[in-house]
Design a protein around this ligand. Structure first.
Ligand SMILES: CC(C)(COP(=O)(O)OP(=O)(O)OC[C@H]1O[C@@H](n2cnc3c(N)ncnc32)[C@H](O)[C@@H]1OP(=O)(O)O)[C@@H](O)C(=O)NCCC(=O)NCCS
Length: 334
């Protein structure tokens, strides 16, 4: 007998952690912390497929609000898509995702978003590949070449996002992303929860200070056995966001701390000034989207045009067109 539904208890959620641990290389704690330290987490967002009462597959919806041209759209990030090897090729993952999409439609989600290396799997359920940011490498030589022109009055210190720097960081992030479609709307709880992660690359936020004012922030990660990555950055309006400004100071000072070697990987909005300093720029691969409730885009007359999967596809393509420079910072990926 097949049963597809949200998890019914904390005990069943624990079994999902076991399943994800068995399927993915990240380790059980990664999946547990991601949900346990999210104050907005609800059991109804974790879905399972049970076959004759055995837990066979599990998937997670990561709900959040995103900016979209003055509107706030509820997005369902899809992650942790996993079926135990002995239950694969029976349609379980597709059925689970299909049910999650129905649930999200009923609960007012406007858009589904996911990151994957197997796009064909999701295309079968109407998901479309979309552009969302530029990936590149920042060469050490360029960062250090810009160093001599940097403002010596700017100094660097670690942030305390759960304490005295919380309001300033929230403000800086909001200003930086106010006009950037698809960025996550974050509140105070978001920044506080971030501190509880033990994943080191998500913990440390560095600030560029001019006297007592925070003029920029930078998060650099060094995931296990992967190259150093520029995870996120923000600059106060009025300051130069290229290597010649406070981000240049931060990168120069933190290069050694991040053990970055000759280059640092970065994922940035297409129009970010740092993109010009990078090499090998290419569209970030593997992002897919599905429009769940066209009416959430109701300021946008195009939703009335949707009368078939083909028009929905065209609408998705337009909503993610490069000219819009939509983006989701890696900290918010799922
Ligand atoms: C991907 C995964 C969830 C599919 O689970 P499943 O329950 O077997 O999926 P379904 O039976 O619903 O669908 C299977 C179909 O999906 C497609 N598919 C599955 N894995 C695929 C892959 N790696 N690449 C491309 N297509 C794939 C195929 O069309 C397949 O059809 P087939 O059974 O006739 O070969 C499962 O293989 C898994 O857990 N993989 C490891 C974790 C993973 O990669 N998760 C996805 C991260 S984005």
């Amino acid at each position: 007998m097949l049963e597809i539904r949200p998890v019914a208890s904390d005990e069943e959620l624990e079994r999902c952690y076991d399943l994800w641990d068995a399927v993915f290389p990240d380790g059980r704690a990664f999946f547990q912390e991601r949900l346990a330290y999210d104050r907005t987490y609800r059991l109804e967002t974790t879905w399972v497929a049970r076959v004759d009462d055995a837990l066979a597959a599990a998937q997670q919806i990561f709900p959040y609000r995103a900016r979209y041209h003055g509107a706030a759209i509820t997005v369902g990030g899809i992650g942790n898509v996993a079926t135990l090897p002995s239950f694969r090729h029976r349609g379980l993952a597709q059925a689970l995702l299909g049910r999650q999409m129905m649930w999200m439609r009923e609960h007012g989600f406007g858009l589904g978003l996911l990151f994957t290396g197997i796009p064909d799997f999701y295309r079968q359920l109407g998901w479309q590949s979309v552009p969302l940011g530029t990936e590149l490498k920042l060469p050490r030589a360029r960062v250090f070449a810009a160093a001599s022109t940097l403002d010596p009055a700017i100094h660097v210190r670690a942030a305390d996002p759960s304490g005295k720097d919380l309001a300033a960081l929230l403000d800086l992030y909001q200003r930086e992303n106010a006009d950037r479609p698809w960025t996550r709307i974050r509140d105070r709880g978001y920044w506080t929860d971030l501190q509880r992660w033990t994943r080191k690359e998500r913990l440390k936020i560095w600030l560029a200070m001019r006297q007592s004012e925070i003029v920029a922030y930078l998060i650099v990660g060094r995931p296990p056995s992967r190259p150093a990555t520029l995870v996120e950055c923000g600059v106060r309006p009025g300051y130069d966001a290229s290597l010649a400004g406070p981000l240049g100071v931060l990168l120069h000072k933190l290069w050694a701390v991040a053990e970055a070697g000759d280059e640092m990987v970065a994922l940035l909005p297409d129009t970010h000034p740092l993109v010009a300093a990078g090499v090998e720029p290419h569209p970030y691969p593997g992002t897919m989207a599905a429009i769940l409730n066209p009416r959430q885009f109701e300021d946008d007359p195009a939703w009335k045009e949707i009368d078939s999967p083909a028009t929905a596809s065209r609408l998705i393509a337009r909503r993610f067109a490069n000219a819009e420079s939509g983006f989701l910072w890696p900290l918010d990926h799922f």
